[in-house]
Design a protein around this ligand. Structure first.
Ligand SMILES: Nc1nc2c(c(=O)[nH]1)N[C@H]1C(S)=C(S)[C@@H](COP(=O)(O)OP(=O)(O)OC[C@H]3O[C@@H](n4cnc5c(=O)[nH]c(N)nc54)[C@H](O)[C@@H]3O)O[C@H]1N2
Ligand SMILES: Nc1nc2c(c(=O)[nH]1)N[C@H]1C(S)=C(S)[C@@H](COP(=O)(O)OP(=O)(O)OC[C@H]3O[C@@H](n4cnc5c(=O)[nH]c(N)nc54)[C@H](O)[C@@H]3O)O[C@H]1N2
Ligand SMILES: [Mo]
Length: 923
């Protein structure tokens, strides 16, 4: 060993053993690396060493005092003793002193602290205890027992330095010192976002999971992933009997053991009493409607059936329509919450069993415009660089995204980067949490992205900040861009986008001059009738400045669902087969026809909103919808629900009786995320493994099994034995994952594609040499100004922005059935600026009615100083106030994405509505 150790290693000895420490390693860490455990409490891997508890003291030869090994660096030749009598006496004394204050339950708990006490043989303490203090149970997820706190400050560092939420602080001095939340508030009334990083850090259970059962029954641990967003956090489920009792972050490449409130506390939806456990068939004569529909009373509308009966009915209905009207009269919505294998099998079922390309999924409502612009510009629709690259960036630009709420763990790495000195630029009509970390926050007018971005491009060209070499060598059509943006001077654009000319210049320079600058964007960019144009501008910005193809640069559309990247890759898209291979390319089609043994429809299929329109027009007659809830998530719901109701035959495969299931003829109860094995692809293009921790409840079945049963009954003969078998077929047809096989995935847990061969480590950063376009160059596509489809007017004077809340997932199907999440955000709210409230004469908590030309909803007012005047924000997760009753289905012509982020509404205080109604009544 000694010969091979690099010279930078520091050789020393501990407890008689020679060892090498890497530069920067503490004595404690070096000892741990060779299996010597020194007691420690305030030290936690990943947290800055603090050295406050002194449980880890060791004796160093030649030194008079003991040294804390967690923050002491070894020196060459140092002789350290961690188990000498003197060191151990001190370690034990620390534990005994700390034990004195602990309440009884903390003495016996299975905490890290209790384990150290047992290990060192410290039982009862000889010292006087502090007077006990009552638990703080104000937070639905986390219980605080301050008397079990040993002031190790791990929670403070976890909250401030890891998650950068700055909720936990340290108050007073000496014996009175204690942790506080905000200014000494109860946790439940503080600004805590419930990420639970403090719970994971606490060694004494002073901060603990509120709902965790006190029983000491054995738990099994299953390594898996988070089922919510595209960040792709790795986690471990702790299972007791048939229940998940706790979730812990795992050290995955995308999360490094961090989680957010949903990933940590939002998993008990799977145990909700409304879980579907038996196949359901609509009762004769029950109207397809949401009026009076109650998901807790399925038998009002449906009757239970055996799998045989339900599957036969489901498949027969579809087959009859296919036989009578052709494959193009059927359509399927697959799921971005399912695995890659499920998505692949779903699109194969539609393409070979239904007989058309009418297969789509929520990507259409999400980043369809981004993907359209990216494929056109750089030849690949996925991100160019992973989130983790923020550590290599100098400038981070975020536009139209709210990562603190929607990609919270990614947001924590962005905040870490800002703390490390990187410059954050944020652009959004709404000031969201992350904006307080931004050097430049541009609260511009919604709908004016092209004006804003073209202006930045104008400044960059005007001031000679273009990367000429990059533009000449790697791109085409720069001249057209120069011409297009000539009129977009800061002075002309300032009034259009609401940002002053100086700021526009400063920000353009900041981005262009950075050594490495990275762009993230979200739905605020993509969900517009000019979504594709918005993204064209972002691509142009990166291309003309050469901010792409290197670490810390590039384009990152933050992907939403946990597997929207993978579902798209697997072919849940009407124009392309798996791996974005066009269905209208005869050579590609021939390849798939040979592999699948049947003829394929050469015509690209319809998209989500087009399918709804076609259903209403009688052209689409039958549908299979798996793991999507369009009766809540589609725009203009009155129209979409009418379309669903008009289908001759609708099969819904879900885990709950959703609003969409209310229109179903057959409902098939499926497996939830923690009940299945499968691969999932995160926003960074990392393919990762989800593992089953539980069996589906009752008679619910695996999604993959259900899809294959339907396929078989529609005449498909498939050879799949298991999930791995499906993946194997996928990799043979998808060049970008050809190098990933199931065994490798099991071994490595996370592999980034493109990965072409078994020895390809995967490519996290794309485009370093060329672009995957026909000539290897990126195409610069200029964009002009296109207004939103429905602008405010005197009748509907306000702009409605729809979006998300941290605690809820989309249509609420899962999170409103998760105890903690629903307790945190139980009621429909609409956010608005104080001035809008004053204008209406309403206060926080008052009810208002929102109207658009298409529908109306009622919600509670929430004051949001981050909103601009003239705009209101409504989350779309509440079925009793479904935001999409108000939105409209105007589409972006390229991405076919609806304009969820902009329509015109009117607001009325409900008290005054009531008064008007009463007056009407009297008349
Ligand atoms: N908690 C939670 N997390 C989620 C989800 C969830 O439902 N809940 N969903 C997941 C999914 S699928 C997705 S796609 C992502 C979405 O994540 P985000 O893209 O962050 O989502 P949104 O909240 O819809 O919108 C982002 C921002 O767009 C801004 N915006 C509105 N109009 C405009 C405009 O004209 N221009 C610009 N530039 N910005 C505008 C809004 O003010 C808002 O801050 O989140 C994922 N993560
Ligand atoms: N107004 C407005 N509307 C929007 C948006 C917006 O910003 N504003 N955003 C749009 C965007 S970006 C998106 S991505 C869409 C999302 O729209 P959807 O995908 O329709 O919304 P989810 O609520 O995520 O639906 C997921 C469904 O899958 C079910 N499910 C969960 N896990 C499983 C599983 O393992 N198996 C099966 N079979 N089912 C499962 C859930 O119960 C739920 O019914 O919404 C879009 N709609
Ligand atoms: Mo999304």
């Amino acid at each position: 060993m000694a010969d091979t150790a690099p010279s930078t290693q520091i050789r020393f000895s501990i407890d008689g053993r020679e060892l090498d420490a890497a530069p920067g390693q503490s004595i404690l860490e070096a000892a741990q690396a060779i299996g010597i455990e020194i007691p420690h409490l305030c030290h936690q891997p990943g947290l800055r060493p603090d050295g406050n508890c002194r449980a880890c003291v060791v004796e160093i030869e030649g030194e008079r005092t003991l040294a804390p090994s967690c923050c002491r660096a070894p020196a060459p030749g140092m002789v350290v003793r961690s188990t000498s009598e003197r060191a151990q006496r001190a370690q034990k004394m620390v534990l005994e002193l700390l034990s004195a204050d602990l309440p009884a339950q903390a003495q016996t708990a299975d905490s890290e602290f209790a384990r150290w006490r047992r290990q060192l043989g410290v039982d009862a303490s000889r010292f006087d205890a502090r007077p006990p203090c009552p638990d703080d149970t104000s937070h639905p997820a986390i219980t605080v027992s301050l008397d079990a706190c040993i002031q190790c400050t791990r929670c403070v560092r976890a909250c401030r330095e890891i998650q950068v939420n700055d909720v936990i602080g340290y108050a007073q001095r000496g014996a009175a010192a204690h942790i506080i939340f905000d200014l000494g508030d109860p946790l439940g009334r503080s600004s805590c976002v419930g990420c639970g990083e403090c719970v994971q850090a606490c060694p004494t259970d002073a901060l603990r999971v509120a709902a965790e059962p006190a029983t000491s029954a054995p738990t099994t641990q299953v390594d898996s992933l988070c089922p919510y967003c595209g960040v792709g956090c790795q986690l471990t489920y702790h299972v007791q009997g048939e229940k998940i009792v706790r979730v812990e972050g795992r050290d995955g490449p995308a999360n490094h053991a961090r989680l957010c409130v949903k990933g940590r506390f939002g998993f008990d939806y799977i145990h909700h009493p409304e879980r579907l456990t038996r196949p359901l068939i609509r009762r004769e004569g029950k109207p397809k409607s949401l009026d009076g529909f109650d998901p807790s009373r399925p038998l009002d509308v449906f009757r239970e059936a055996s799998w045989d009966e339900a599957l036969a009915l489901a498949a027969d209905g579809l087959r009859q329509i296919r036989e009578a009207h052709g494959g193009r009269s059927l359509a399927g919505f697959g799921s971005a919450k399912g695995s890659n294998e499920e998505a692949y099998v779903f699109q194969k079922l539609v393409r070979t069993g239904f007989g058309s390309n009418n297969v789509d999924h929520c990507t259409r409502l999400c980043h369809a415009s981004s993907v359209a612009a990216l494929l056109e510009g750089v030849g690949s629709g996925a991100v160019s660089n992973p989130v983790a690259d923020v550590a290599d960036a100098d400038v981070i630009l975020i536009i139209g995204a709210n990562p603190s709420a929607n990609h919270p763990v990614a947001a924590s790495f962005i905040k870490n980067a800002v703390k490390a000195g990187k410059t954050l630029i944020m652009m959004d009509p709404r000031r969201t949490d992350l904006a307080r970390h931004a050097r430049y926050f541009l609260q511009f007018r919604p709908d004016s992205d092209v004006a804003l971005l073209n202006c930045l491009i104008h400044v960059i060209i005007d001031e000679g900040l273009v990367d000429q070499h990059f533009v000449e060598q790697r791109t085409e059509d720069f001249a057209a861009l120069r011409e297009q943006v000539a009129d977009f001077s800061p002075e002309r654009m300032a009034p259009v986008c609401g940002i002053d000319a100086d700021t526009l210049r400063t920000v353009a320079r900041c981005y262009a001059r950075a050594n490495a600058a990275m762009i993230f964007w979200g739905m605020g960019v993509s969900q517009h009738v000019h979504g594709t144009d918005n993204v064209r501008c972002l691509i142009a910005l990166a291309l003309i400045t050469g901010q792409i193809g290197r670490p810390g640069t590039g384009l990152h559309p933050l992907r939403g669902q946990n597997n929207v990247q993978g579902a798209s890759d697997a072919g849940l898209i009407p124009m392309v087969l798996p791996d974005y291979q066009r269905v209208d390319d005869p050579a590609i089609r021939a390849r798939f026809e040979a592999a699948w043994g049947c003829a394929l429809d050469p015509v690209p299929g319809l998209t989500v909103v087009e399918i709804m329109d076609a259903a209403l027009a009688g052209q689409i007659r039958g549908m299979l919808i798996m793991g999507e809830n369009p009766a809540m998530s589609d725009p203009d719901l009155n129209h979409a629900r009418q379309a669903l109701a008009s289908l001759e035959h609708l099969v819904v495969q879900d885990i709950f009786l959703t609003e969409t299931a209310a229109f179903a003829d057959v409902v098939l109860p499926a497996s939830a995320f923690p009940e299945k094995d499968g691969s999932f692809t995160n926003t960074d293009r990392r393919v990762q493994l989800g593992r089953a921790a539980l069996k589906p409840p009752g008679d619910a079945r695996q999604d993959l099994w259900i899809l294959q049963q339907l396929a078989m009954r529609m005449g498909c003969q498939w050879p799949f034995q298991d999930t791995a078998g499906v993946f194997d077929e996928m990799r043979r047809l998808m060049p970008s994952i050809a190098g990933i096989d199931w065994q490798r995935l099991l071994r490595e847990e996370s592999i980034t594609y493109p990965c072409h061969s078994a020895d390809d480590p995967g490519q996290p950063i794309l485009f370093s040499d060329d672009f995957p376009t026909s000539n290897g160059r990126a195409r610069i596509v200029p964009a002009g100004l296109v207004p939103a489809a429905e602008r405010p007017d005197t009748e509907y004077p306000l702009v409605l922005i729809t979006g998300r809340l941290l605690e809820h997932w989309h249509t609420g199907a899962m999170t409103r059935r998760a105890t903690v999440l629903d307790a945190l955000e139980p009621d429909p709210v609409v956010m608005m600026a104080p001035s809008v409230m004053a204008g209406l004469g309403v206060g926080p908590g008052d009810m208002v009615r929102l109207y658009s030309r298409r529908g109306q909803v009622e919600a509670q007012v929430r004051v949001d100083a981050g909103m601009r005047e003239g705009e209101v924000f409504l989350p779309f997760c509440y079925r009793e106030a479904a935001a999409n009753l108000l939105t409209h289905d105007a589409l972006d012509p390229w991405g076919k994405i609806p304009e969820f982020k902009y329509c015109a509404v009117q607001l009325e205080a409900l008290a005054s509505c009531a008064a008007t109604e009463a007056a009407d009544h009297v008349r």
